[in-house]
Design a protein around this ligand. Structure first.
Ligand code: HEM
Length: 464
């Protein structure tokens, strides 16, 4: 996969003086420890440039063979970082959550997403929700009621965006479907003009939040900060309006995630403030949007669309129908293995500890990496081959297939994503045969893997 050159341009704006200044840095106390092998890269920029040029998969693969297949050090986003590799690395990080490690987001991302008041706060304060909240609202029983809504929206979407065209671009249309669905299910916002008021600035956020954090006019990062401010403004308006509506009525009003957030209390029994609710909604939008639209797109990228579907035309899908879609889900999982939307996740160490004989100092950041196990022939023979049958029977070994992470911080939206992908795939294959318009379309890496031309496909509607 190729990397994203547009993201590199701002790097060259970093003045030489910064380089000279930082090259005078003194050796820190960490340098005396038995640190993992690796390179800190250039002063200030670290290895960001290499990461952007090579893309996450090749960046990690090259360093695993050069330094260590277990753990190596680098410097990314201005932080000293240990990259943990393979199933053992995943297992170590997933099982030591809250013991040796805690969650961490890059400061640049917090600046784009959060109100200035929260940028220095820890993530627990930012969310203010009990840990179990996301799992409660996104568990299968709670999601069952959403299936007919997802189905109806998928049908409308295919009628409006796909039906009249002989060629469609899967990526932008998947993004539209994913965002429209989130607006409906999270906020009950359905009016297209209103959705656009959120989606336009939100696109600026997702396009820029992982770019080089240089806040100058014209940079992607500057766009993300401006977009974040607009999204927060609009969300605050929606939240205030809903709080007003709900005043005095505490029962029977849990129609979407927003009303659930308005009615839930924090650890101290207090209702969440409007800003805290906005932080949570933005968190959910960010966590779900790029990942799920990328997953949807990549299922179609694999050209494995010969999925047998049985449902009659006019009935809306139910939970039982979804449970029968075993082969479709194996197709989706194999796509998630080959081209995972999320590349891994960061943590911060809360104490010095030893891993694979190396010291990982307190305060360092860590990253687990999805490709280092997904593409390992030991766990997945012929790893580049598309083969959904890998997921039959007992499936992959523990800690080897990790598109949603693992341990206590495993993605709580996994089931929501599964439903959304299956419902959409079902609707597409029921109505169309597809063929990729550009057979070997290149992939680049922005916030998630992205086909450069948006994955255009030729559509042929089924006869009946
Ligand atoms: C195919 C789609 C998706 C993929 C591949 C994905 C992947 C991930 C990954 C890798 C993490 C980080 C786990 C870690 O920190 O170790 C994560 C976290 C998270 N995801 Fe997802 N995700 C997807 C869809 C969703 C959806 C649809 C939602 C919400 C509706 C969601 C909500 C979240 C939240 C709230 C977290 C943070 C959990 C925490 O820190 O405790 N995700 N996801």
């Amino acid at each position: 996969m190729e990397a994203s050159l547009p993201y590199l341009v701002p790097l060259f704006l970093i003045p030489l003086s910064l380089y000279l200044f930082s090259s005078l840095r003194k050796k820190g106390s960490d340098d005396l420890k038995n640190l993992p092998p690796g390179s800190k890269g250039w002063p200030m920029v670290g290895e960001n440039m290499e990461f952007a040029l090579l893309g996450p998969q090749k960046f990690v693969k090259d360093r695993m063979s050069k330094y260590s297949p277990e753990v190596f050090q680098t410097s990314l986003l201005g932080e000293k970082m240990a990259i943990f590799c393979g199933a053992q690395g995943n297992k170590f990080l997933f099982t030591n959550e809250n013991k040796l490690l805690t969650s961490w987001w890059p400061q640049s991302m917090k600046k784009a997403l959060l109100f200035p008041e929260f940028i220095e706060s820890d993530l627990k304060e930012v969310s203010a929700l009990k840990r179990s909240f996301h799992h409660d609202i996104l568990k299968p029983e709670a999601l069952k009621q959403y299936i007919p809504v997802m189905d109806e929206l998928a049908r409308d979407h295919l009628d409006n965006e796909w039906k009249a065209n002989s060629v469609v671009k899967v990526l932008p249309t998947s993004k539209k479907y994913t965002f429209d669905l989130a607006c409906r299910l999270f906020l009950s916002v359905v009016d297209p003009m209103h959705i656009k008021k959120l989606s336009d600035p939100f696109t600026l956020v997702t396009n820029g939040m992982f770019s080089v954090p240089i806040d100058l006019p014209g940079t992607a990062y500057n766009g993300a900060i401006k977009g974040g401010k607009m999204v927060r403004g609009e969300l605050m308006r929606i939240i205030k309006e809903r709080r007003e509506e709900l005043r005095g009525k505490h029962e029977g009003e849990e129609r979407d995630l927003l009303s659930k957030m308005l009615l839930v209390t924090d650890e101290d029994g207090k209702f969440l403030s409007e800003m805290e609710i906005s932080n949570n909604i933005i968190g959910l939008l960010v966590a779900s949007f790029e990942t799920t639209s990328s997953a949807l797109t990549l299922c179609f990228e694999t050209e494995q669309m010969a999925i047998a579907e049985t449902k009659g035309c006019d009935e809306l899908l139910t939970w039982e129908d979804i449970e029968k879609m075993k082969y479709s889900w194996n197709v989706a999982r194999e796509s998630l293995r080959l081209t995972p939307p999320a590349q891994g996740a960061f943590r911060e160490t809360t104490t010095d500890f030893t891993y694979a004989g190396f010291t990982i100092p307190k305060g360092w950041k860590t990253f687990w990496t999805v490709h280092s196990s997904h593409k390992n022939p030991k766990y997945f023979p012929e790893p580049e081959k598309f083969d959904p049958s890998r997921f039959e029977g007992s499936g992959p070994a523990p800690y080897t297939f990790v598109p949603f992470g693992g341990g206590p911080r495993m993605c709580p939206g996994k089931e929501y994503a599964r439903l959304e992908v299956l419902v959409f795939m079902h609707n597409v294959v029921r109505r169309f045969k597809m063929e990729k318009a550009i057979p070997n379309e290149k992939m680049v890496f922005y916030a998630s893997p992205t086909p450069v031309h948006g994955l255009p496909v030729h559509l042929r509607p089924h006869k009946n």
